[in-house]
Ligand binder design. Structure first.
Ligand code: FES
Ligand code: FES
Length: 155
């Protein structure tokens, strides 16, 4: 089947199997920034924003996302023009292997859209579905706090 999506602000038309997940279709079409960790909805590596809401793309059929807006981590910033969250993660050393980072960054992005001044508990809750094998989470929490402060204009 075939469908049109809006991916990172641009319309795209893709062909896919009726039972293909959105994760699979994104990766097939070059969006390798969306990671496949568990394929089971348990790790958050594949997290994207679907119509602005964070979802695990391995749990969404591409067919059900036709006509919707998809934002991947590349859609909020890149190495040349990083989003403040991406910059803060780099600044505090919240990125080690980087596998969890795109999903973490987008989960944090969704949180800060709704709550620009989150408590540590708010951040932990928002990132609850995102697993990281490397960092022990402390640096990730610091990164989100730093980004939140910078985005509020505090340095
Ligand atoms: S790959 Fe989707 S939640 Fe792990
Ligand atoms: S940095 Fe390696 S899984 Fe998080």
């Amino acid at each position: 089947m075939e469908g049109t999506f809006e991916v990172n602000g641009k319309p795209v038309q893709w062909v896919f199997e009726p039972d293909a997940t959105l994760l699979h279709v994104l990766r097939e079409n070059g969006h390798s920034e969306v990671k496949n960790g568990c394929s089971a909805g348990e790790c958050g590596a594949c997290l994207i924003l679907l119509d602005g809401k964070p979802v695990n793309s391995c749990q969404v059929l591409a067919a059900s996302a036709v006509g919707k807006s998809v934002v991947t981590s590349s859609g909020i910033g890149d190495i040349h023009d990083p989003h403040p969250i991406q910059l803060a993660f780099a600044d505090v050393g919240a990125v080690q292997c980087g596998f969890c980072t795109p999903g973490m960054v987008l989960a944090a992005y969704a949180l800060l859209q709704d709550n620009p001044d989150p408590t540590e508990e708010d951040i932990k809750r928002a990132l609850d579905g995102n697993l990281c094998r490397c960092t022990g989470y402390v640096k990730i929490l610091e990164g989100v706090q730093l980004a939140a402060g910078r985005m509020r204009g505090n340095g």
